[in-house]
Design a protein around this ligand. Sequence first.
Ligand code: 5AD
Ligand code: SF4
Length: 477
Amino acid sequence: MPKKYYIETYGCQMNVADSEVVASILGDAGYEPVKDIKKADLILVNTCSIRENAEQRVWGRLDLFRSEKRKRPQVIVGVLGCMAERLKEKLLDSDKMVDMVVGPDAYRDLPMLVSSAGEGHKAVNVLLSREETYADISPVRLESNGVSAFISIMRGCNNMCAYCVVPYTRGAERSRDPHTIVREAQEIFAKGYREITLLGQNVNSYSWTGTETDNNDFPSLIRRGGLRQPAEDGVVLSNSQTLSIDNQKQINFPRLLEMVATIDPRLRVRFSTSHPKDLSDDVLHTMAKHDNICKHIHLPVQSGSSSVLGRMNRKYTREWYLDRINAIKRIVPDCTLSTDIIAGFCGETDEEHRETLSLMHEVGFDFAYMFKYSERPDTKAARHMKDDVPETVKTRRLNDIIALQNQLSAKGKKADIGKTFKVLVEGKAKKPAGAMMGRTTGNKVVVFQAADTKPGDYVSITIINATSATLLGVRRD
Ligand code: 5AD
Ligand code: SF4
């Protein structure tokens, strides 16, 4: 009987992608996933450290796992990911009965660590790597809808934003070999997936430099000269008419994006996350050139105030950010925009907060993730700045930001009424009964009635109404 493992994932999409790598490594070692903790021999939690409440949630889950371990002492409990990296052996010292602590660059070591933990040793590997990208591992899509998948294209982060724990938990930036990215995208397209999201903490700084030998095993999937004829039933790995990266030793993000977009016009391509300091016009022109590159950019602004951005070490100003937004509106006119905003960073004044609100107005974001600043140990802000905005003020400012974003989102959705979108069907909608749901190129969720569609189909939908989170439409084709 293969051993059974249960895995829970917290945090960003990168973590979801990492859990898929973990599933592949464990699968190769003879482990089988189960959805019921009670049936698992191995309980894993892939964790996030970005804000204190993200860690609190995991501590709560560890309480539950501990009670399971009391009932079945042979069960192995492992903490993976960013909290493992941040807290290291401290996790083993806690009274949570953790057996294994594995950082984000050490997943290849999992089978060995599990057997060591099985023999009663505490198992730890939190070494960060300068090279590891898990390039050769085919992720096992655990919670997939069969239509959209994430592909991790780089790991780590070199940006050193003052508030952020990521450079410490995920180490230095490194880019994955583009051959393996294109191959993975082709394989999942052939399996019926129709949308991939290229993932990295800062995708625009993707940069890969090849060597002579790198091209040897690459079946020249795409050669300069345009799109291949789409095959009836998926991708044909042929050598004809393909865009080769032979002789192109330096691949940057726009080139990678283009290589993936050229696999097949029926494959939608998204990417996340972009850093405003290096979102180039080159990326925008590549987006404009290919219909299947989705017209949506997630461009975290964090604050609308240049002085706050300076303290955050974001390396751009309000004016720079607005210039990038203008470039997007000029080069990719129908592009939707989303962002991340932090309320109440160290020293933030009411005036600086109002600058964030005014920037939100000026840009008109379609969507935003909004947070209160949460001090993270050992970051530059924790070491050198005072977390001096009172909690009540942080809450009030966050509420201002949320209220404004609700208005902007509603306005954006109202403006879609009457428009017709090509929607990629993802599955059944939660409600109303019998309805289907999918997404526009701009990443807006659309609910519609169409009994004869299935996940992976493209349908043409005219928007007739909108709720706060969803567009409601009727079929046109
Ligand atoms: N406190 C609050 N929000 C944070 N983020 C990152 N670090 C912190 C922190 N210490 C937010 C940023 C980032 C998103 C992923 O999380 O907005 O873009
Ligand atoms: Fe959380 Fe950041 Fe780690 Fe993702 S990279 S899991 S957001 S701390």
